[in-house]
Design a protein around this ligand. Structure first.
Ligand code: ZN
Length: 344
């Protein structure tokens, strides 16, 4: 039972959440759209659809968005299972969800010549900039700036689901606590693989990077085609860990933190002979330097002409699917293992 004082305190702590003129009172859900005007020659506004879940109890604010890269959609069914029917009365804190790139989503494609650069390399965008920059800025001001304490920006589609996050020191002047919280979310996502950015990459920063720069812990799950189950477990784990919903955290027995390298050449296995590649390993295998990885054979003689071996210890992160190889192709990627985690 609340005393009058604590009831008043509770009411003061809980607030109506308003985005683009749409409000949700504590304990309510609301649907809306953010209109981004003056982008396209036909004069139609871009409408970014969103949902607000304003919890009946106080708690953190989490923003979720998926498919800013239009075909990177495979977490969506997992997200639906967690929040589709979520009752805000059973929620502590606020969840916002949006489809950040609705035109791309509609066609599963980037849209034509209006794409001048990667939508995910313009930081938090620019309200007076290009089409991409204005769209990204609308996410920033409506869902993140002073509105979110955590961000999950869902992408895809690697061969095996992994979660990307950055190490302390990549974004200058960001307290270690922010990176620790990102790493905690990355582990909780429950994928077998995490990729930790330990060096800054060139060519512009991602939206996730912009969030971290502003002290907001943020992760990018890179979700594979079969990644709905992991995404459901992962999102649920994160919300449970933040105290926003009730539930039990489930983690795989083993997880691996791999070193994300800006120079992908360091990880790539290539061939000296052209031909047909027959793999002796699969994605997810752990190899030692010198281990046999596969064989190139000559499709005219059906004789082996080259044996490929691992150039370093590591984790087989990807194998290029087409086995027909010209000389010096990207055959597979072996990433360095920074940490092996055993969950009990
Ligand atoms: Zn992406």
């Amino acid at each position: 039972m609340f005393s009058a004082y604590s009831y008043e305190l509770l009411v003061n702590m809980l607030k109506k959440v308003t985005i683009a003129g749409v409000s949700a009172e504590p304990g309510q859900k609301a649907y809306g759209v953010v209109k981004v005007p003056d982008l396209f020659a036909d004069g139609q506004d871009l409408e970014i659809p969103f949902i607000i879940y304003n919890g009946a109890k106080d708690g953190p604010r989490v923003h979720l968005q998926i498919a800013q890269h239009p075909n990177e959609v495979y977490a969506l069914n997992g997200i639906r299972r967690v929040i589709g029917d979520l009752d805000p009365k059973a929620l502590s804190g606020v969840i916002t969800f949006c489809l950040p790139n609705p035109v791309g989503f509609r066609f599963g494609l980037y849209y034509g010549r209006t794409i001048t650069h990667d939508i995910n390399r313009v930081l938090s965008g620019n309200p007076d900039g290009t089409v991409m920059e204005r769209i990204v800025n609308s996410w920033w001001v409506n869902f993140v700036e002073n509105k979110a304490d955590y961000l999950i920006d869902f992408h895809g589609v690697p061969q095996e689901t992994f979660v990307f996050y950055e190490a302390h020191g990549v974004s200058p002047d960001v307290p270690k606590e922010v990176n620790d919280k990102s790493e905690r979310m990355a582990k909780l996502y429950s994928a077998r693989v995490l990729k930790k950015e330990t060096e800054a990459y060139g060519g512009g920063k991602s939206f996730r990077g912009a969030c971290v720069d502003h002290g907001i812990p943020a992760i990018v799950p890179e979700v594979a085609v079969d990644g709905a189950d992991i995404s459901e477990t992962g999102l649920r784990n994160i919300l449970v860990d933040l105290g926003m919903i009730k539930g039990k955290i489930k983690l795989p027995h083993k997880q691996y933190i791999l070193n994300w390298e800006s120079d992908t050449k360091a990880a790539i296995v290539t061939n000296k002979k052209a031909g047909f590649f027959r793999s002796l390993v699969k994605v997810g295998d752990i190899v030692k330097k010198g281990n046999k990885l596969g064989v190139i054979f000559d499709p005219r003689t059906l004789q082996d002409i080259e044996t490929l071996t691992a150039h370093r210890d590591g984790y087989v992160s990807s194998i290029q699917p087409l086995p027909v190889k010209s000389v010096c192709e990207n055959i597979m990627q072996i990433d360095e293992i920074l940490e092996e985690i055993t969950n009990t």
